[in-house]
Design a protein around this ligand. Sequence first.
Ligand code: URA
Length: 425
Amino acid sequence: MRAVDLIQKKRNGGQLTTEEIQWLIGGYVKGTVPDYQMSAFAMATYFKGMTMAETRDLTMAMVASGDQLDLSAIPGIKVDKHSTGGVGDKVTLILAPLVTSFGVPVAKMSGKGLGHTGGTLDKLESIKGYQIEVAEAAFIKQVQDIGIAVIGQSEQMVKADKLLYALRDVTATVDTMPLIASSVMSKKIAAGSDAIMLDVTVGDGAFMKTVEEAEKLSRTMVDLGKEVGRQTIAVMTNMSQPLGQAIGNRLEVLEAVQIMQGKGRVDIRDFICQLAQIMLKLGGLEVGLDDIEQYLTQGQALKKFEELVAAQGGQVQDIYRPVKTKFVYEVKAEQSGYIAELPALYFGRFAMEIGAGRAVKSDQLDYDAGILFDKKVGDAVSEGELLAKIYSNQEIPQKKITEFAKNVTINNVKVHRKEILKIID
Ligand code: URA
C-alpha cells in the first residue's frame, strides 16, 4: 500500500477499507507515514467526510495504537465523561466527586487545555501538589479505595491521537467531524469504563457551532460507543457564553468548591445536577434531582473532592486559597438593561492571552490569571454596576479593557438560556 493512493482515494470521495485505515494509522504511529501525508489525509477527510464504517475503523485503529486499560478489578459499573471542549468548563471537578459520592465509581483520564478551551488537568494541577501522573496499578487501587481518580492519559495510550491531534491543531483540521468522533471515542474506549456520558458543547466557544453539527457528531459517537459495547449518551450543552462565573484555573477550582458548598449560581447547580442524574443512571442508579442537589450542596461532593485531592498528593487546604494577582481590573456596565450576550470564544481567548490558557502546547500557565463574571446572560444590570473582574499578573492596556466591556452586550430584553439543548442516546 502507498499513503499517496489512500490520500487520493479520500480526496476523490472514495471509501477506505478496514485494512487501508489500519495500515495508514499503523504507519503513522511507526513513523513510516510522515506528517505531511497525514496532514493531506486529514484535510481530504475535512472536505470529503467519512462513512460510519470508516469512522469506526479509524476509531478502533486508534485504540489499537497504544495500551488499553482493564478496569474489571473495580466493582460496579464504571462511568466516564468527556467534554468536547469549552470555556470555563469546570464540570468534571464537581460532577465526578458528586457521582462518586453516590457510590458510582469514576476512573477518569482528562486532558490539558489548548487555545481558548481549558483542560481539567490544568485546573487540578493548579492545586499545590496534585499529581496527574499515576501508574496504572495505583490508579485502579485509588478507585477501589475511594471510588474516584482523575489523572492524565499515559503516553502509551492512543498514541495515534496524540500525534494526530497535534497535527490537526496546526493544519486547521481540528473541526473535522469524523476526526473529532474518533479522537474522543478512541480515548474513552481505551480508558476502559463501561458507560460514557459525552458532553457535546455547542455554540460560539465550542468546535460545533450549530445544533445540527453537534447532533450529527453526537449520533456518530453514541453509535460508535454502542458498536463496541459501551453504553453511551451524548448531552448537547450550550457553550455560547462561558460556563459559570469563572474562566481560569484557580478561579475555576474556587468556583467548583463554592458550588459544592451550596453557594455559586443556581443555574450552574441545576445544570450539574441534571448531568449527574444522567451519569448516575448510566451507573445503574435512579436518583431524584432533589437528592442529587442535597449531595451537591450539603458537603458529600466536597468531601469526595477533598479525598480525591489528598489521594493524588494535593494539599487539601489549597483548594480554598483565594487568587492573588498583581493587577485586578473591574469592568463596569456602560448602560442598564439585561445581559444579552457574552461571547465565549472572545472571553476564552482573552483569558488565554493573560496566561490562563495556552496558545501553543509549550506555553507556561499562570494559574491565578482569569476572569470572574459577576453577571451572566439574562441577568439584570444597572449602569456602573460590576460586570466582571479580571485577575492578571500582566498589566492590561485600557484599550483592551474597553474592548472587553464592549463585548458584553446589554439590551432591554431578558434572554432565557437553556443549558441542556438535547440528549442523544
Ligand atoms: N476533544 C478531543 O478529545 N478530540 C478532538 O478532536 C476534539 C475535542
